[in-house]
Each structure stands twice: as C-alpha cells, then as structure tokens.
Design a protein around this ligand. Sequence first.
Ligand SMILES: [Zn+2]
Length: 212
Amino acid sequence: MPRVCGLLLGWTLSGEQRKTCKRRTHTGKMSQGNGREISSLCQGVQILRPKPQSPLGRKDKMKIDKRDKIFSLLVRQRAEWTCEACHKKYPENSAGLHCSHLVSRRYQSTRHHPLAAAAHCFACHQRLGGNPLEFAEWIRNHLGPEKTEYLLAMKNTLRKRTQPEKEDLYQQLKAEYARMMELRKQGKRGRIEFRAFDEAVLERREKAARRT
Ligand SMILES: [Zn+2]
C-alpha cells in the first residue's frame, strides 16, 4: 500500500516532470510551485525503498549521544579499522565498518565497556545480528569464556549513571581516544586496547586517596 509522506519539507525538481523530496525517498506531485525549490509539505507517495534497519532490529534503536559516538570511534580505531570477524580492512572513518554491540545498548553498565563491542563490517554485522546463535559463538571465541562470563555478569549490574558520571565518562572516553591517536601518530600498528570507565575512575579515586 503506497503511503502519502506528508512529513518532509522542501522539494527539488529532478528531471522534467519528476519531483523528489529532499530525502529522495519520495516522488510525486508538488503541492505548489513549479520547477524550483519550494518549501511545503511533501505530498509524495512513498516509493519502495525501505529505510536501512539496524541489524539488531527495532528493539535496539535508541538515541545515540556523544559518548556513543566517541565509543564507536574507539572500538573501530582499536581494531585499526579492520573487521574483527572477516578481517577486511577499511579506510579510517569509513561508515562501512560498524561498532557492533555484543550486549544491547540498553544496559548502561556495559554500554561503553571495551569488552562489549567489536568492529564489524556491514556484512558481518548483518549476518551475526540476524543469527543470535552464531553471534553468541563468535563472542565466546572472540573474548574467551572468562571475559564472556564477566561481560554477562556485568550486564546485570545495571544502574543509571548520574549526569556528572556521564560527563566523567565522556571525558574519559575522549582522553582514551586522544591517547590512542597519539600512539597511532607514533606509528603503533595493530590493536590498541582502551580502558573501561569504571576501572579508570576507581584508579583515579585510589590515587587521590593515596595522596591524602
Ligand atoms: Zn566482516
């Protein structure tokens, strides 16, 4: 069933009688004006181009914040922009390599934990995301049984982070990324690990306690 879009603003004429809304997902009549860009509600009928879906499905769709963005960079830079499943190499900052979450991002305690994500190319992400048994086996091989158990236990220590903690987490992730990039600049190749937030905070608190 074709649906009328009715949501998107702005039309651009692309071709003689063809009008496409700015996202280029709809085509159809313009509600007013002719042959020039106008601003109006899209009256287009949705053409069959499904929106790209997360391989993990609808359930995993949640807002991506600045921590998630830097975490994603950390995970992919850690793997030197190489898919950790098929080992295909990607250029730096390529959108073809994903930060693949081994535990749903719903769990705050593991959401930004180094063990809880890996770099996967689009194809591997799709395949593993669509095959939970294969994914579980991959994780166990990738992390080893001990770390897998640790991750599973940690996932259930769910607690909400306070706003200062969230900011602390962001600063920590940023610092780890800067450290990683510095090592790359010095010519370090291969995998570079980064530290988990809570461990880093713990360490900092212990240091402060020793000083006083
Ligand atoms: Zn791959």
